[in-house]
Design a protein around this ligand. Sequence first.
Ligand SMILES: Cc1cc2nc3c(=O)[nH]c(=O)nc-3n(C[C@H](O)[C@H](O)[C@H](O)COP(=O)(O)OP(=O)(O)OC[C@H]3O[C@@H](n4cnc5c(N)ncnc54)[C@H](O)[C@@H]3O)c2cc1C
Length: 323
Amino acid sequence: MDEATTDLLIIGAGPTGLYSAYYAGFRGLRVALVDSLPELGGQITAMYPEKAILDVAGFPSVKGRDLVEGLVAQAATAKPDYFLERTARGLEHRDDDVVVTLDDGTRIVAGAVLITAGIGKFSPRPLPAGDGWVGRGMEFFVPSFAPYAGKDVVIVGGGDSAFDWAQHLEPMASSVTLVHRRDAFRAHQRTVDAVTDSGVEIITRAQVTALRGDSLLEEVEITVDGEEPQTRPAQALVAALGFIADLGTIQEWGLVTQKRHVVVDSAMRTNLPRVFAAGDITDYPGKVRLIAVGFGEAATAVNNAAVAIDPSAHVFPGHSSEA
Ligand SMILES: Cc1cc2nc3c(=O)[nH]c(=O)nc-3n(C[C@H](O)[C@H](O)[C@H](O)COP(=O)(O)OP(=O)(O)OC[C@H]3O[C@@H](n4cnc5c(N)ncnc54)[C@H](O)[C@@H]3O)c2cc1C
């Protein structure tokens, strides 16, 4: 069984975890990150790498992929040890450290643990009619747009991902049809307006009821409530039906949680000694789940964790510009 030792173990390599890693390095701490996904960047990489993000301080507009690239480069200054495609399962407290066990049996001994697990380990919500079609024309995510050029694309869903992808694919695809089972959408109104005004055809109160093709997708059947099914050519279908998030065994660690979020105090401490949390996973009165907020919480969490690891350290790190 592998064993690793570090000062700070970060669970979750989304934007909050990556920025926390940089900060740990700035504090002179050794740092390790674990993530269930094969790539760094959390929700940004998995769900909207091509989206322009407009509300990160200092960037009037930054593509998700570029923000992650910057975070990874910044984190590299801390020389982090990455444990990717591995899920944190167990937590054990010892006298002066904490041991986290991963699903492959690796044990990581750390002076403190920072949970930046976002909404948990997530997997896409399946499209009932799409069983067996993943990789044959159906996907759950759009990590890059180029493969959709010149294709008839059907997007299923009414949330941010569905509308973001419809907006970005419309100029390059042969056609884009967005199918949603309700009249109301959950996406940002500005994106909904932009897509409504574009060449995207929006079909509401409707479902994709069948996918057809020999080996690859050739057409889909769309059924509007109370009407006969209609068939459309489609070489690509994106099922953007949201995802099922699973906090997994983290919920069994004895943390105080509220509606699947970890309750923290103003120092980002959880109720467990040496265990901190930051980013989307945290909860406290007035919590706002945004990247910008996660960055602030990361700095607070790591600076307070530094004191938990070495009680002679100060919470305030000094200014990076003076380093
Ligand atoms: C479509 C969409 C658009 C968005 N647009 C914006 C926007 O414009 N501006 C904005 O501020 N926010 C936006 N958000 C929200 C933003 O993405 C989140 O606030 C942000 O990703 C939270 O970062 P995080 O690092 O806390 O968590 P996450 O990004 O969720 O990362 C958590 C990571 O932890 C990993 N993980 C979970 N459990 C475990 C475990 N047990 N072991 C190992 N790894 C684990 C996950 O695999 C994941 O990689 C958007 C979200 C979506 C879905």
